[in-house]
Ligand binder design. Structure first.
Ligand code: GLP
Length: 263
């Protein structure tokens, strides 16, 4: 795992985007992106859009796969992940909407929609760069604590804490759906590169568990310790409970030239 501690949230977005651009460059315009909702990656996507507009990143033929979607919220609803991905990823990066995929949480047959989603990822050749946030309970995607570490896209019941965390986007907690479709931890682990971003003190405990805790389904993001190319980009607040923070800072400050990010 590469852990990069940044002074603030804006820098987190810049560093995560620079890392993604470094990976995407050699892959070319057909790069396959795994994209996340939530507030965490918004700055990263904005910075990627800036790189696209500046001609420094070509995603003109890229595909994208979202991590998850609520069950029972129609596509046009402002809190549907379809809508959020359209606003934060598809439009700013000028992606072809027909190549941007979100699990269909409004399907009549949800189990079949999950299988179809896994098939679509496979047909696209797999995800090159998976962006992730992390829930305050350590979830990635909507893989709540006790999720199978090898799970695939499936229906999940949201944890009470996740519904409380996400209630801020709805008029009341009763409106937050109880179910979702989410890529599994096994699906996420198949991505060739993973970039997780987190900011704020509310994520400090989850980040410490994900990066330095035992690999456990109780903190599902900890499965990333088994990933060969996982980068964790956090601000100082989200890094507050990391016991090896000084080591991560020293490592980043002394990267050899060929590994340095141009930010
Ligand atoms: C949401 C999403 C996750 C996201 C997490 C944190 O519910 N399903 O993909 O990473 O919870 O959200 P935020 O970045 O807003 O804190």
């Amino acid at each position: 795992m590469e852990v990069i501690i940044c002074p603030n949230a804006q820098r987190v977005g810049e560093v995560a985007a620079a890392k993604a651009a470094r990976i995407a460059g050699p892959i070319g315009p057909k790069v396959v992106l795994g994209v996340a909702t939530g507030s965490s990656p918004v700055q990263t996507f904005a910075e990627l859009a800036r790189l696209v507009d500046a001609g420094e990143l070509d995603v003109s033929e890229a595909s994208a796969f979202a991590l998850d979607e609520y069950v029972g919220i129609p596509e046009g609803h402002p809190e549907s992940y379809h809508e959020i991905i359209r606003k934060t990823v598809t439009e700013p990066m000028h992606l072809d909407p027909s190549r941007v995929h979100v699990p269909n949480g409004f399907a009549d047959d949800l189990a079949a929609a999950c299988v179809a989603y896994e098939d679509a990822i496979r047909a696209a050749g797999g995800v090159d760069i998976q962006f992730l946030g992390v829930g305050s309970n350590g979830h990635i995607g909507f893989n709540e604590p006790t999720s199978s570490l090898s799970s695939r896209t499936r229906i999940k019941t949201l944890a009470a804490r996740t519904r409380e965390d996400n209630a801020r986007f709805f008029d009341s907690i009763e409106q937050v759906p109880r179910h979702c479709l989410t890529q599994g931890l096994g699906t996420i682990m198949d991505a060739r590169n993973v970039i997780l971003v987190a900011t704020g003190s509310g994520k400090a405990h989850a980040i410490a568990q994900v990066v330095e805790g035992p690999i456990t389904a109780m903190y599902p993001g900890s499965v990333l310790q088994l990933h060969q190319h996982a980068t964790i980009v956090v601000d100082a607040d989200a890094a507050a409970e990391l016991s090896l923070a000084d080591y991560y800072k020293e490592t980043y400050a002394n990267l050899p030239d060929w590994q340095r990010l141009d930010v």
